[in-house]
Ligand binder design. Structure first.
Ligand SMILES: Nc1ncnc2c1ncn2[C@@H]1O[C@H](COP(=O)(O)OP(=O)(O)OP(=O)(O)O)[C@@H](O)[C@H]1O
Length: 248
């Protein structure tokens, strides 16, 4: 199962393209996307989530492309998107919001309601199922977003900085959850946190302004600068700095 970007171009403002003739294929089920602020990570994920449409080229997952009319619904059902902040829907309980995510992807109300119970269990939120969704903490809200994606049995979950702003314990809880989903579900996750990459991800992509600066295994990423005598965190920092020199 591979996510492809073939010759993709995208800009918000015609004068400055975020992506131009961009090519990338991601098959590894646990891939992390790194890059400096403004590199285009969120844009790339939004294109993959079909929240944005490429100006040229094609995005596809298992030969389904969201720019082809007949593929759009199955594509959106297979590919889920967890944006930087998960918005609570006023008046809904946690379980209702999770079921609603499934219904939005074309499930019947009953199927979505039934599936939401198991999804909440998988993200350890069963106890809060009847609470109003706006009463959740940041970490709980992200887990609720993840439960929504699990309700409609997504094959690929795209996440934009899912652990930003979480305390170290909640970050660990979230990373452990991701590790449990893989490889049954593929995850592509953007982050600025280079620590603990090896705990969760087996593949790294470093992006900057339409250029893929690195793509390979987490092990090869850590080994980039020959700092094997240091801890993994320091190795990752050194590798990142060697690739993205303008930001450090
Ligand atoms: N809605 C928008 N309108 C105009 N320009 C935008 C918009 N969103 C992003 N951009 C621009 O597109 C470029 C890529 O932004 P993007 O948010 O994809 O980067 P990023 O790698 O996710 O950054 P960060 O790590 O800061 O979240 C930046 O130059 C940004 O200013």
């Amino acid at each position: 199962m591979t996510l492809h970007f073939d010759g993709v171009a995208f800009w918000y403002n015609r004068k400055t393209a975020v992506l131009s003739d961009f090519n990338l294929s991601v098959s590894d089920p646990a891939t992390v996307l790194l890059g400096p602020n403004g590199a285009g990570k969120s844009t790339l994920l939004a294109l993959a989530a079909s929240q944005l449409a490429p100006k040229a080229g094609r995005v596809s997952w298992k030969r389904l492309s969201p720019s082809r009319g007949r593929d759009r619904t199955p594509y959106r059902r297979a590919v889920a998107w967890l944006p930087q902040s998960v918005t609570a829907m006023p008046g809904l309980t946690v379980r209702e919001q999770v079921a609603y995510a499934g219904w939005l992807k074309g499930m019947s109300r009953t199927d979505a309601w039934d599936a939401s119970r198991e999804a909440l269990k998988r993200v350890n939120l069963s106890e809060l199922a009847d609470r109003r969704s706006h009463q959740l903490s940041g970490g709980q809200a992200r887990r609720m977003g993840l439960a929504g994606a699990l309700t409609h049995e997504s094959e690929l979950i795209l996440m934009d900085e899912p652990t930003a702003g979480l305390d170290p314990t909640q970050r660990k809880v979230f990373r452990n959850l991701l590790a449990q989903l893989v490889p049954e579900v593929h995850v592509l996750v953007s982050t600025h946190q280079t620590e603990d990459l090896a705990d969760t991800y087996s593949h790294v992509v470093v992006l900057d302004r339409s250029a893929v600066l690195f793509q390979g295994s987490t092990r090869d990423f850590h080994g980039l600068t020959g700092t094997g005598h240091l801890g993994l965190r320091e190795q990752a920092e050194a590798a990142y700095a060697s690739l993205v020199q303008r930001e450090v």
